[in-house]
Design a protein around this ligand. Structure first.
Ligand code: SF4
Length: 355
């Protein structure tokens, strides 16, 4: 409940609580906070007294506050202290550079809550050029606002930084980005995958490459051949008319039927449970979303609903996500479906997926 509340409703941070060492928030893809804050840097995660790690998403309307009480850092709700906390510190690779002198934190981001390293192959998505971006997305304005990550890191920079993150305990990778002209992201990700294998010494790369479904199915084989253990191609919305309305660019460029074909094809290439598809939970009814979750699960695709946070700079900025109770009840039903279809609910329940 606390995790769900903090994710959906966010938290405020007192100025006096910005002290000591902490891992800074890095805007690798999106901005999830309620407001842009290009000039200010905040901590990205904290640990409760019971050891659990929570992500920090700032919201100026939140009843939760990170502050200092009796000289200790703590989390309060309204005026009540919930727990003493400590910020998660940066991993040591954040202080290292690649051979060409690029700081590794500008290439790879570490999430302690998810034991995950995240990287982004680029800051752009061509859907923004035609005003056809997915309506919940703020990737292009977020990357332009923060300029923390290198725009297009080379495969070598990716390989070195991600190998360093694996060496420091990252268990999986999420390599993501938008749609590039002529679908160049597939060639780019193939080169990145090969570099990760070279620098990490791993034959298969733990984690996934996250791309829009290709029209040419051979691109899926290319991702497998580059060493990625799994692939994520996010349909985002199940109901077909809503999909066209919320994701007009994906609907025009690929289309729902081809997207579903690509997911099924990918299962034949990567294997059962190695193909993921995210949904933005809160944009459609539970009935419709659960129909999509069950459909994909029945095809051995792992459906991963992620709670919708209306982001600044997205077309849905200022809207509201459903209540915490709505998301929690959806989460219970999703876990039932995961169990019924043999997916490991505990693994999938990390981070934002699903509460
Ligand atoms: S495909 Fe959609 S969600 Fe992905 S970056 Fe482009 S606009 Fe954003």
């Amino acid at each position: 409940m606390l995790k769900a509340d903090l994710l959906l409703g966010g938290v405020r941070i007192d100025g006096c609580a910005l002290r000591g060492e902490y891992k800074q928030e890095i805007h690798r893809v999106f901005e999830w906070d309620d407001k842009w804050h290009a000039e200010e840097r905040y901590p990205s995660e904290f640990r409760l007294a019971d050891g659990s790690i929570l992500e920090i998403r700032k919201d100026s309307q939140s009843p939760y506050l990170i502050t200092v009480e009796d000289k200790s850092l703590c989390l309060k709700k309204n005026d009540t202290v919930i727990s003493e906390i400590e910020y998660v510190r940066a991993p040591s690779f954040y202080n290292k550079s690649t051979r060409d002198g690029t700081p590794m934190w500008r290439v790879a981001e570490f999430s302690a809550a998810q034991s995950k390293v995240g990287a982004s192959y680029g800051p752009h998505c061509i859907l923004y050029d035609g005003n056809e971006q997915c309506k919940f997305c703020n990737m292009v304005p977020a990357r332009a606002a923060y300029k923390q990550m290198i725009d297009y890191p080379t495969p070598q920079q990716h390989g070195e930084a991600i190998a360093a993150a694996y060496a420091e305990g990252a268990k999986k990778l999420c390599l993501t980005g938008g749609i590039l002209s002529d679908r160049m992201e597939f060639g780019l990700c193939a080169r990145i995958g090969n570099a990760i294998r070279e620098y990490s010494g791993k034959d298969r790369i733990p984690g996934h490459v996250n791309v829009a479904a290709p029209v040419e199915l051979k691109e899926i084989d290319r991702m497998y051949d580059a060493g990625f253990e799994s692939i994520c191609m996010s349909l985002e919305v199940w109901e077909k008319n809503l999909f066209a309305g919320i994701c007009p660019g994906k609907a025009r460029l690929v289309g729902r039927e081809k997207w579903l074909d690509a997911l099924e094809y990918a299962v034949r290439v990567f294997g059962s449970g190695k193909v993921l598809s995210a949904f933005v939970a809160g944009l459609e009814s539970q009935e419709s979303l659960l129909e999509g979750v069950e459909y994909l699960a029945s095809k051995d695709v792992l459906p991963v609903p992620i709670p919708w946070i209306p982001c600044p700079g997205s077309k849905l900025e200022g809207h509201r996500t459903p209540s915490t109770a709505w998301h929690l009840s959806l989460g219970d039903k999703i876990h039932e479906l995961w169990k019924r279809y043999g997916f490991d609910a505990e693994i999938t329940r990390t981070g934002r997926k699903y509460l």
